[in-house]
Design a protein around this ligand. Structure first.
Ligand code: 26W
Length: 819
């Protein structure tokens, strides 16, 4: 089918397709059709077009033989696919009308879809936005990841506490994937290495693995927006290589017969739910190797299909490592080049140095991955040998040249950390191999250079660089906020979803009374919708005319949800002291999952829920304050919250949030940020201007100074009466009647454990910024102007710009627009 006929597909034709597919998805069409069946039928109808486009993209790619970018990531937080695919195919209105004729609202059908939650948070969602942009910009790109059987856990609250249950995203099958058995891979593990003498006297290493795992690829098509491209996200599932041990089975040993299979399938069973601490678990290490080995072998297979020698490999493939999680791919490529393809050491190493680039997403020391040498020795003995040689050449070469005889420096930069247990520093391996290393926002990249890797920056002055993160405006405005999108399209000429800088036209209307009114009317309608959702999810009624103040992100001490909580307590206390206090009614909305093993994060959730319960049921404060913690925060819930937000809470300790991307999504939808000078907040402030954002708190340098001087949170507690009374209040049984000290883990972390994230140091400044914000909201025209300016000035933060930065400054991709 040509693109022309595709664009012209009529409602009637689309409806006929849905009806055709319903034959497969519904048992009895003469009875009322279940929503799951219609969802599957619509997906199948869309897939006819998607897979057709995928074929032609592949043909085009083959003919052009263009350089490809291969994105290696342990996480992809895709969310739901149907709405986005319809928008990107320009089929939304057609599908809406067709399903309407069949008796369904398209939004209700979307609700039946399950999120693809194969990621934790920022890093995984960024990967998903980048896939969208790569396809939209028609880059030859392939995403590689793991086909987890269970994605990020589902969260419920029971007695105000988080409980987790497994995510069952494929319970009824996933329409957005297709198995590709022809590209299956075999992955070795364990065993030992033998040194073999060749006939010519040279020595060769042979790895005799103890186990072989099968990697089965599942392809998820990635549809570009308003273009011809469909790329692929390839996800690997682990299986036992010989499916069943019939010998054991026949001998009556059912358990043994099954155990190899069970063990192999465990590898891709579940996503690790930590997004900030490297736990050092053996299974996680095997997951990383399994998916890297499958992906590297697949890349080589794709290359050798079209080339007789290796001369063009580095011209045709670039591999981006999404954080250090896929670092082992470097050693796997080295191993294959050396042992399978018989490269010399120097040639193999040269090749590796040309193809890998690495993105750093965090400075948190506990998140920097290290794996024990012991684990390497057991699971990947050959890779360890290779690693040792890389280290030796690095230390005796570059390090010794720059710092001759400096043993302290050797120890510091070595790939191996000495100590009780020797550890392999994955970040060091990534940095020395990669031709570029980037941070994800200006300030973060500076801190990577100055604080995290200063010596590497000295060794390789041109290696460390910045690419500020971005978000796809297709999902995060066009699809999730149709009312605002329609309003924007009335004022902005051209396809703003493809060229987001066009939104700056809206600055012309920022003071236009009529436009302000329309803009705020859209916001109000979105707030009404979210209020209904809040009622459904929590039973709490909220007032759509209140300020909707939103903090949605993973729960972590550095993100400081508890700073927000302290301010809520301050407001509550002020209201109890003076019920007629002149403040705007406010609804504080939280969404956050805590890593199941992160004790304090779970205590913060519990505390917020307990405080919410008390406040929401306190008639004395006249509904001026409401607090809701929406359960099971995920992409599809974010899509409902973000269009309704007035205020965006971006309140991390300066220097801790690498970039943030929720900050961009909220501002794009007209929320005004209250935030610290951290991550991309700084660049958002530069774009929207100081008048259109509320900045507070200590800067990175001031936080560093505090640490140098010796930070003393107790003296702040003692000198700020309001803060003191709030903390004491939290420590009483006011929010947990009869249970004294129930919430004291938090107050203890702030007072006795040193308040690592400087909550108390920033409290007064935060509270003042909140007062200024409250005052600003009273001027409705002034607020509307601020909100419009935020939407108007988000052009920089489209992921299309980020991808062009990568393409031009790191990947050197050629632009291949369709003929
Ligand atoms: C090994 C455990 C682990 C797992 C995930 C450690 C660290 C991670 C990620 C790197 C954490 C993460 O998601 N980082 C976030 O990346 C986003 C995309 O660049 C940034 O916007 C966030 O600021 C950063 O916290």
């Amino acid at each position: 089918m040509t693109s022309k006929s595709r664009k012209n597909i009529t409602v009637k034709a689309f409806k006929a397709r849905i009806q055709h597919h319903l034959n497969f998805h519904a048992v009895d069409l003469s009875h009322s059709i279940d929503k799951k069946a219609i969802l599957m039928a619509v997906c199948s109808s869309v897939n006819e077009i998607v897979f057709d486009k995928l074929q032609s993209t592949n043909i085009r790619r083959h003919e052009r033989n263009s350089r490809s970018i291969n994105y290696l990531s342990l996480e992809y937080l895709m969310g739901r696919m149907l709405s986005n695919n319809l928008h990107n195919l320009q089929l939304f209105k057609t599908a809406q009308a067709a399903t309407k004729e069949l008796g369904f609202e398209i939004e209700d059908i979307f609700e039946e879809g399950h999120d693809l939650a194969l990621g934790n948070g920022g890093l995984g969602r960024l990967a998903a936005c980048y896939l969208d942009s790569l396809a939209t910009l028609d880059y030859n790109a392939m995403g590689y990841g793991i086909h987890y059987e269970h994605g990020l856990f589902e969260q419920q609250f029971y007695n105000n506490r988080q409980i987790e249950s497994p995510d069952e995203w494929r319970e009824y099958g996933n329409p957005w994937e297709v198995c590709r058995p022809e590209a299956e891979q075999e992955i070795p593990l364990y065993g030992h290495v033998e040194t073999v003498a060749e006939t010519d006297g040279t020595l060769r290493k042979v790895w005799h693995p103890g186990q072989i795992i099968k990697g089965v690829p599942w392809d998820v098509p990635i549809v570009g927006y308003n273009c011809e491209t469909v790329n692929v996200l390839r996800l690997w599932e682990s299986r036992a290589s010989s499916h069943f041990d019939w010998e054991a089975f026949n001998a009556g040993d059912y358990q043994d017969a099954n155990s190899a299979q069970t063990q192999a399938e465990t590898i891709s069973k579940v996503l690790y739910p930590n997004d900030s601490t490297a736990a050092g678990k053996e299974l996680r290490f095997i997951q990383q190797y399994f998916f890297c080995a499958c992906s590297i072998k697949d890349i080589i297979r794709r290359y050798l299909k079209h080339h007789d020698d290796w001369s063009q490999f580095a011209d045709k493939f670039v591999i981006q490592l999404n954080d250090t999680h896929p670092t082992i791919a470097i050693l796997e490529l080295m191993r294959l080049l050396l042992d399978e393809y018989r490269f010399s050491w120097d040639n193999a190493w040269q090749m590796c140095k040309q193809v890998f680039a690495y993105t750093n997403h965090t400075l948190l020391p506990e998140a920097l991955e290290k794996w024990s040498v012991e684990l390497f020795e057991t699971i990947l003995p050959r890779h360890l040998e290779i690693l040792y040689r890389i280290n030796e050449e690095f230390l005796n070469g570059q390090v010794d040249k720059m710092w001759p005889g400096d043993t302290a420096m050797r120890r510091k930069l070595s790939l191996i950390e000495e100590g009780q247990q020797k550890m392999v520093r994955m970040a060091h391996l990534s940095v020395i191999t990669s031709f570029k290393v980037n941070g994800v926002a200006e300030i973060h990249s500076e801190l990577v250079k100055q604080d995290l890797f200063p010596e590497f920056h000295k060794l390789y002055p041109n290696k460390l660089t910045n690419v500020t993160n971005g978000i796809t405006p297709r999902r995060w405005l066009k699809a999730c906020n149709p009312a605002l999108s329609d309003l924007i399209s009335k004022k902005v000429k051209g396809d703003w979803a493809k060229n987001l800088s066009l939104l700056s036209t809206l600055t012309d209307y920022a003071e236009d009374k009529k436009f302000q009114q329309q803009f705020m009317q859209v916001k109000r309608e979105n707030k009404v919708k979210l209020s209904e959702e809040i009622k459904k999810l929590t039973g709490v009624s909220v007032n759509p005319d209140a300020i909707f103040d939103v903090q949605i992100k993973r729960l972590h001490e550095y993100k400081r949800q508890h700073l927000n909580l302290l301010h809520i307590l301050a407001l509550y206390r002020r209201l109890l002291e003076n019920p007629r206090l002149d403040i705007n009614p406010r609804v504080f909305i939280f969404g956050a999952k805590a890593a199941p093993g992160y004790y304090l994060a779970k205590e913060i959730i519990y505390a917020i829920n307990c405080v919410a319960e008390k406040i929401n049921n306190d008639a004395r404060i006249n509904d001026k304050l409401k607090v809701v913690f929406l359960p099971n925060y995920r992409v599809s819930l974010a899509e409902k919250i973000i269009p309704a937000a007035d205020v965006s809470e971006q309140i991390s300790t300066a220097g801790k949030e690498a970039s943030g991307t929720g900050n961009m999504k909220l501002a794009l939808n007209g929320a005004v940020t209250i935030g610290t000078l951290d991550g991309a907040n700084i660049e958002i402030a530069e774009e929207v201007g100081d008048d259109n954002i509320f900045i507070f708190g200590k800067t990175v340098d001031e936080i560093k100074a505090l640490n140098r001087q010796g930070y003393d949170p107790v003296s702040i507690y003692n000198s700020e009466p309001e803060l003191k009374s709030i903390i004491d209040w939290l420590d009483s049984d006011y929010f947990t009647p009869g249970k004294f000290g129930e919430l004291s883990a938090i107050t203890q972390s702030l007072l006795n454990d040193g308040d690592h994230y400087k909550v108390l140091a920033d409290f007064v400044s935060y509270s003042q910024a909140q007062e200024a914000l409250d005052k600003a909201y009273k001027d409705q025209a002034g607020w509307a102007k601020m909100a419009i300016m935020n939407t108007a000035m988000m052009g920089k933060f489209t992921s299309d710009r980020s991808i062009e930065d990568y393409a031009n400054n790191i990947w050197s991709l050629d632009k291949n627009l369709p003929a």
